[in-house]
Ligand binder design. Structure first.
Ligand code: BV8
Ligand code: ZN
Length: 236
């Protein structure tokens, strides 16, 4: 931890790449955790164009189930501590989460790499819609089925989001990986760009991940507890 505090003392730009682990303490199931699977479907089957084509109503039900949980969720101490880092640094938040909880804390620089579960769009003409709370999957006036405006497996991320995330990774003096299993690409490639450009890469997770061997420091524990501890050590 001393090496991290040392690096932070001379840092200007601090970037966070967050995954569903940071929202776990807000009561939202992680993607792949023991509670991550829904009924007996894998998220990759449901969060994909093929899964949607095969059974659009089932996918719509799954997103309704998740939206109902997320609507009741509030940002937790982990999200709020990242906002507090803005007092000492230029903070950049890249999230893989679609729950909108970072946005609720008012962080200045945020990119939602995989979209937002409360935005929807027509799967045929691309027309955008806000939150829709219908049981039956809605259709657009063009006749197309409406789907959540999130990035599914096999779908490209938005060009501007990826290039922004790349820039924020390359210019990070310290790069925090928070609550991500580090297996979904291209998000999981971002810490390598930070490292290549001299950034100090720290992983905060309750367990080791495939990225652990490639980074500078693994801090074991929950996102809220560890982030709070780092900020307190810094203020000393
Ligand atoms: C693309 C939105 C190309 C939807 C999501 C083979 C090898 C490599 C790559 C691939 C491959 N086959 C296919 C690919 C590409 C694929 C991919 O990476 N697949 C993986 C599974 C191998 N990627 C894609 O398809 C991407 N697109 O590549 O397009 C392309 C280019 C041009 C033209 C056409 C195509 C799109 C990927 C985006 C998928 N969408 N979500 C939705 O949410 O419904 S991904 C999904 O996983 C979520 O966004 C989630 O955020 C993300 C990552 O998961 P994590 O956030 O890390 O969550 P997870 O549960 O896995 O882990 C939680 C972690 O938290 C754990 O480590 C746990 O220990 C920790 N934790 C738990 N509690 C706490 C904690 N940590 C701290 N504190 C706690 N309290
Ligand atoms: Zn349409």
């Amino acid at each position: 931890m001393d090496r991290l505090i040392e690096r932070l003392k001379h840092a200007e730009n601090v970037t966070f790449l967050t995954g569903s682990g940071i929202s776990r303490e807000s009561g939202i199931p992680t993607f792949r955790g023991k509670d991550g699977l829904w009924k007996n479907y894998s998220p990759e089957e449901l969060a994909s164009p093929e899964g949607f084509m095969r059974d659009p109503q089932l996918v719509w039900d799954w997103y309704n189930w998740r939206r109902d949980i997320i609507r009741k969720a509030e940002p937790n101490r982990g999200h709020l501590t990242i906002k507090e880092f803005e007092k000492n640094f230029n903070v950049y938040v890249i999230t893989q989460n679609v729950d909108g909880l970072h946005e609720k804390t008012g962080v200045k620089n945020l990119v939602e790499l995989h979209g937002n579960i409360f935005r929807n769009r027509c799967s045929r003409c691309g027309k955008m819609f806000g939150d829709i709370q219908t049981k039956k999957i809605p259709t657009c006036e063009c006749g197309g089925l409406i789907r959540p405006d999130v990035v599914w497996f096999g779908e490209p991320l938005k060009e501007e989001d990826i290039s922004m995330a790349l820039e924020w990774s390359k210019n990070a003096d310290v790069f925090f990986l928070v609550g991500t299993s580090g297996i979904v690409y291209p998000a999981a490639s971002l810490p390598f760009f930070a490292k290549e450009n001299g950034g100090f890469v720290v992983e905060i997770n309750i367990e080791k991940t495939p990225l652990t061997p490639h980074i500078d420091l693994h801090l074991e524990g929950s996102a809220s507890e560890i982030l709070d501890m780092v900020l307190k050590r810094l203020d000393k």
